[in-house]
Design a protein around this ligand. Structure first.
Ligand code: PA5
Length: 485
């Protein structure tokens, strides 16, 4: 049961043209760069019609070929996973994920997760958001049975892969000790992505070297996650994996929408996260999206406001200003969701994620004073996980901080957020706030589902298919042609 104060909300009133504002040069500028409440009002009938269209796409079992893919399976998936778990128990897909994760935790103290794009960014976002910031460096007893986690196969960086192998070689000497065993999760929906495939080939070589060519660990310590068909599945079957050992990515869920399939859930379970709370949060957001009126529906609000400000006010750079370092990777994940879903046919906002207050010292100047082509969505966490750290008194007050001795880091952060918003408002830079109650599994589940649903809504409003990604093909074709030389 979701309590109201656990819900995410979107506050966009600050980017609407204020009612009854006296004429000033700044008020005039606001007329040009902010949204008029009427623009939102006029969009309402279309917004509701598009919501019905997106909802109806959930039941499309066959897509007309000219429409391109319609991978709307992600919308109901969180609810479906939970429902199947209560009906099927041990045989449910969620329990299969949990069992494999537990076996991996028990068998190895380091896990390398291979994957790229949608097969990487969701798990990375969850790890950074919800685990200790220095998880891998914590002593084993403080990690409470959760292995150290590494991500690879997400680039073609020779030296990065080399460094990981060197770390494994230096720290793991006895494969018969759990603390010195490492395992692999290899994720690729198509099973054909070259970055992941090369890393997997290299890591299998390392495994043979470390565990021996006949070792049962070569299968026990590898969990493949892939689509129903493809080279990765063929490779694994040829290596002796059965269907039960391979986790399937549903056909009707696209890569960047797959965080609530085993692609995100298996890594999350290995990390020791509360996977059910993630799914409950996501399912709650789907319900709000489908059932709630605009006033209580952050998906519709986020989609409508960002669509209009890009289209009507030409703010084509979308800054996600993230006021928590722990959510930076979630910003990278949203970069992909937005860029790959909407950047087509010469359209689509360009995502930029910035971390406050860090990037106020790098990008702040431009956001305050540069080209007027941006909208800033602040992502604000209302409550920190740990008690606020006080500035406190010091005998040596050369830094002049004693005046703030009763203030905490949280107070300073809140002042930075408020102060930045005010500065942007005064300089006629539109901002809105996405408020999350805390960084918890339930809140992150809501947030990710909100951003995916809003992106699909926005795509349909723009008239582009949010589920396709034709633009990622040309580089792959050139790369293969060049390799074949
Ligand atoms: O959203 C997408 O479909 C892509 O970004 C993919 O997630 C990415 O290219 C990785 O593909 P795959 O999972 O097939 O290796």
């Amino acid at each position: 049961m979701q309590l109201p104060d656990e819900a995410i909300s979107y506050h966009y009133q600050a980017l609407l043209i204020p009612a009854l504002e006296d004429w000033t040069p700044v008020a005039e500028l606001r007329q040009q760069h902010f949204l008029h409440p009427n623009q939102l009002k006029e969009l309402m009938p279309r917004l509701m019609q598009v919501r019905s269209q997106v909802a109806a796409e959930r039941d499309l079992h066959q897509t007309p070929p000219q429409a391109g893919p319609i991978d709307a399976g992600f919308i109901d998936l969180p609810h479906k996973m939970l429902d199947q778990q209560s009906k099927l128990g041990g045989k449910s897909p969620l329990n299969q994920v949990l069992q494999l994760a537990k076996a991996m935790q028990e068998a190895a103290d380091r896990v390398v997760i291979l994957g790229i794009g949608g097969s990487y960014l969701g798990a990375r976002a969850l790890f950074d958001a919800l685990k200790h910031s220095h998880h891998n460096e914590l002593p084993a007893k403080d990690r409470a049975g959760v292995p150290r986690i590494y991500f690879e196969g997400n680039s073609l960086d020779n030296d990065a892969l080399h460094d990981l192998f060197e770390l494994l070689q230096l720290t793991c000497v006895d494969p018969e000790t759990r603390d010195e065993r490492w395992g692999v999760v290899v994720i690729s929906k198509s099973g054909a992505t070259i970055e992941t495939a090369i890393a997997y080939r290299a890591i299998r070589r390392e495994m043979v070297e470390y565990y021996g060519s006949q070792s049962p660990y070569l299968r026990q310590l590898v969990i493949p996650i892939t689509g129903a068909k493809g080279k990765l599945r063929d490779l694994c079957v040829a290596d002796g994996f059965t269907d039960d050992d391979i986790l399937a990515i549903p056909d009707d869920v696209g890569g960047r929408f797959s965080v609530f399939t085993p692609v995100g859930l298996l890594p999350a379970a290995i990390m020791g996260l509360d996977v059910r709370a993630l799914l409950l949060g996501a399912a709650a957001m789907t319900r709000r999206f489908l059932d709630e009126p605009f006033e209580r529906n952050p998906v519709l609000q986020f989609a409508a406001v960002n669509y209009l400000i890009a289209k009507e006010q030409a703010k084509n750079l979308r800054v996600l200003s993230i006021w928590s370092k722990k959510l930076e990777a979630l910003g990278w994940w949203y970069d992909q969701v937005l860029a790959e879903s909407l950047g087509k046919n010469g359209q689509g906002s360009t995502p930029i994620s910035a971390v406050g207050s860090r990037d106020l010292h790098s990008r702040g100047q431009q956001h305050q004073d540069g080209t007027r082509d941006k909208v800033v969505n602040n992502l604000i966490v209302r409550a920190p996980r740990h008690p606020p750290m006080m500035i406190g008194m010091a005998d040596n007050n050369k830094d002049e901080l004693n005046q703030f001795n009763r203030k905490s880091m949280v107070d300073v952060m809140n002042a930075a957020i408020k102060g930045t918003n005010l500065a942007y408002f005064d300089a006629v830079r539109p901002t809105a706030d996405l408020l999350m109650p805390a960084i918890s599994e339930h809140a992150v589940g809501q947030l990710m589902q909100l951003l995916m649903l809003a992106t699909v809504m926005e795509g349909r409003l723009m008239g582009v298919n949010p589920y396709s990604q034709p633009g990622v093909r040309p580089y792959k074709e050139n790369l293969i042609a060049l390799l074949k030389g």
